[in-house]
Design a protein around this ligand. Sequence first.
Ligand code: DSN
Length: 414
Amino acid sequence: MSKIQDQDPAIYQAIEREKRRQAEGIELIPSENYTSEAVMEACGSILTNKYSEGYPGKRYYGGQENIDTIENIAIERAKKLFGAEHANVQPYSGSPANTAIYFALLQFGDTVMGLKLDHGGHITHGLPISFSGRAYRFVQYEVEKETGRINMEKVRELALANKPKMIVAGFTAYPRDIEWKKFKEIADEVGAITVADISHTAGLIAAGELESPVPYFDVVMTTTHKTLRGPRGAMILCKQKYAQAIDKAVFPGLQGGPHDHIIAGKAIAFEEAMQPAFKEYAKQIKKNANHLAEELKKHGFNLVSGGTDTHLILADLTSKNVPGKQAQNTLDTVGITLNKNTVPFDTRSPMDPSGIRLGTPAVTTRGMKEPEMERIADWIDRVISSINDTAIHAKIKEEVKEMCLKFPVPGIKI
Ligand code: DSN
């Protein structure tokens, strides 16, 4: 960072402070992770200098021989990792990727089914104020109040009543596995295209820790930076019959030049995810999440759906009398980062909801295991139980820091 230090002290100092925050704190936001240093090298490389509208072998500018090599490697690795027929590795991130899928396969105004935002869906799964909710007629399915889970019979009834052209399955805040085969059966019954958003669980799916929708679904989208542990970005996998429509929708339909430095980072991450060590990593993510969930329950936390099948936990803090926003902000002061989140049927607003969302991809990358999950659950409980006691918070902050420094973050030396 010596060049940044010399040239731009304000940015340098902010990066240094962020390094320290990452190294000394516990990252529990379930969509965050730490990439390898190799991925970061690619993302910080000279590849950022190049423009390459088009696809390998069919570009609009010259000088593409190395960029074509990199994108072809990324495509082949993505296909191999997930057993997909076609891969587009150019989407900038998850929201543009979902938008490209809709743009490729729907007409404006078509009916689509997606999981409601406060029941665990994403803004691009039909939130009325988002582009998806305004451009298409989204019918939103929910989780059940009693179980916190998606009831597939209700999904079927909704599909039969609305005859959607597309069904989107996937989540950002749903702690349970998805019944892909059931979704596919329902979609076939009504003639709908199937789209899976596996952004959160792609790493677990790649490692065989969760079932994959790729064999059944027409289109599968994932971001590359969550459990998959690559750089910020996304990709779209699909059956060959949709390949041309998807490619045309990504470029020139929605995007201009792809971010070649990020595509190189994706290629590196895909290779990493094919290694035996990644399988062990994915297994431990699930073990850690399950253990953290059980420990939180021992401390009296009310978990949506009663636990987790994945890396993600959603806790309803209503019974603790602490709103999600206050919990997030107070936990931030001790170095525990998670996010406030609505819970299904929340009576509070998204900016100050009843719950918190937490997950284990990042702590597992640092090598933390079950004993550390017990300490984390204990700290969360102590903070929530003494929400206004800054003396207790100061003590916990020191304990958190002491533990964190024993588990280095890739690329950070303190
Ligand atoms: N921001 C991502 C998440 O936190 O789940 C998805 O939008």
